[in-house]
Design a protein around this ligand. Structure first.
Ligand SMILES: [Zn+2]
Length: 67
């Protein structure tokens, strides 16, 4: 089951057009579009994790330097 990258609703596959339709926001996506969205979301998540880790390291340094 695939979900819409825009609103998260379940996508319905159109066998004739070979695209995924979203019943909620009306988005129409090809399989390639979905893969690209997934890759982008993954890259953004990884970036967020990196930033958070950097922040935590800084916080640790800040707390240890206060002693
Ligand atoms: Zn949608």
């Amino acid at each position: 089951m695939r979900s819409c990258p825009y609103c998260g609703a379940t996508l319905v596959f159109d066998r004739m057009e070979k695209i995924y339709n979203c019943g909620r926001c009306g988005a129409a996506l090809s399989l390639q579009d979905l893969v690209e969205h997934r890759e982008k979301a993954k890259a953004e998540k990884e970036k967020m994790m990196r930033e958070r880790r950097k922040h935590e390291e800084y916080l640790e340094w800040w707390l240890s330097s206060k002693k």
